[in-house]
Design a protein around this ligand. Structure first.
Ligand code: B12
Length: 337
């Protein structure tokens, strides 16, 4: 099956590269008509091709516009696949949402599409759903389970807020996405949730007897190092400015088109600060270290050497005096350089 999958991934990825929606759609519909399962197509063709899109962007082979165009084709393909599915009376009512600030909606949509293919009744809320609005929506719909997606580790605090907001409203909260780390290790910090790798695993959990609905006032969740988290949050803009100052001589060396590059760098520094908050929130420096490794790779390919990232980190280390958990995480990332 792997060889076959590789072939289809290559064909699908080529269609994305050629912005050829018709071929992408035809490929998956032909697979479906030949009896290939919806879950298999999503997990072994569409999602791996999207990962390749990310690799192409990371390696600067594809620009942001190409990535956007490719992703919008995959969204369309998933919409077509999803609309062809029928709900079963045995199907469960499920709500799927990305946590606040999480813009990677495609993996959540893919998960929802596979579950719809199994006859479940899906309400897909898409990207960045504020916790309070999610609570209101779930209180109204009363689904059997809520599925939360988080692709970036930086969004773990938002995931925790969503979980808190849902307390007492649904029998199950399932969380998924690369943001929770390998095998969902950081999801354990969110309290009463179940991490699932993919839609298949969600189905296993849905088949198990329903846990009791925890009622009453929200149980106090562990909010580790709350003060440190707030302190970094309060300095977020300052940290971004600092990073831009350190990197600006370098940004000026870039060709004219690169006003966009400066915006990208500012955005990534924001993600870096948010990831530091997440690392402190779950009390694991590995969260930050992992993102810094990615940043070094991406920055290097765009002409920013690793020692300049170190300079940013060293400035942040100084600026965050009195925030020991943050300094510890930065220290680990600097040592790993
Ligand atoms: C498309 C894309 C975008 C689009 C998203 C559009 C959309 N509608 O989804 C846009 C342009 C918005 C975007 C933005 C950014 N992106 Co982006 N993006 C991607 C890309 C290319 C594809 C994402 C995708 O759909 N993957 C598809 C599937 C295969 O991913 P997957 O996570 O493995 O999916 C599995 C699980 O996550 C699981 N799952 C997910 N949710 C759930 C929920 C439940 C309940 C369950 C059970 C399972 C589950 O389902 C899948 C398995 O079945 C990835 C590349 C990649 N490797 O994923 C980068 C990537 C994720 N992005 C990345 C980055 C850094 C960013 C930005 C910070 C970039 C920037 N500022 O310039 C921003 C951040 C935006 C934000 N605030 O959220 C990095 C992350 C690096 C890191 N170490 O954290 C990646 C890996 C790119 C790269 N190679 O560098 N991005």
């Amino acid at each position: 099956m792997t060889v076959k999958a590789d072939k289809y991934v290559a064909m699908y990825f080529d269609a994305l590269g050629a912005i050829d929606t018709v071929s992408a759609e035809r490929l998956v519909t032909e697979l479906l008509e030949s009896g290939t399962g919806l879950g298999w197509i999503v997990s072994n063709v569409i999602l791996p091709a999207q990962r390749r899109v990310g690799d192409a962007w990371e390696a600067e082979k594809w620009n942001v516009a190409q990535e956007h165009a490719a992703t919008s084709i995959s969204e369309q393909v998933l919409a077509v696949l999803g609309s062809a599915q029928r709900e079963l009376s045995s199907g469960k009512q499920l709500v799927v949402a990305c946590v606040e600030d999480e813009l990677h909606s495609l993996p959540a949509r893919a998960t929802a599409t596979v579950l719809a293919g199994e006859g479940h009744r899906l309400t897909y809320l898409g990207a960045s759903v504020p916790a309070a609005d999610l609570r209101r929506f779930v209180a109204h719909v009363r689904p059997e389970a809520v599925l939360l997606s988080c692709l970036l580790t930086a969004r773990i605090p938002q995931a925790a807020r969503a979980v808190n907001a849902l307390h007492g409203l649904t029998h199950r909260i399932l969380v998924g996405g690369t943001g929770f780390g390998p095998e969902g290790v950081w999801a354990t910090k969110l309290g009463d949730v179940t991490w699932a790798r993919d839609a298949e695993q969600v189905m296993e959990f849905l088949d198990a007897p329903l846990p009791a609905l925890s009622g009453g006032k929200a149980a106090p969740r562990p909010r580790p190092h709350e003060l440190d988290v707030d302190r970094i949050g309060a300095r977020r803009d300052h940290l971004i400015d600092r990073g831009m100052t350190v990197l600006s001589p370098h940004l000026r060396k870039r060709p004219k088109r690169d006003d966009m590059f400066a915006l990208f760098v500012a955005d990534v520094l924001g993600q870096l600060a948010d990831t530091l908050v997440a690392a402190v929130f779950v009390n694991d420096p590995a969260v930050f270290d992992q993102f810094v490794r990615w940043l070094r790779r991406v920055a290097y390919r765009r002409g920013i050497p690793s020692h300049q990232i170190d300079q940013v980190l060293s400035r942040w280390h100084k600026d965050l005096e009195g925030v020991p958990k943050a300094r510890c995480a930065i220290g680990v990332a600097l040592e790993e350089a």
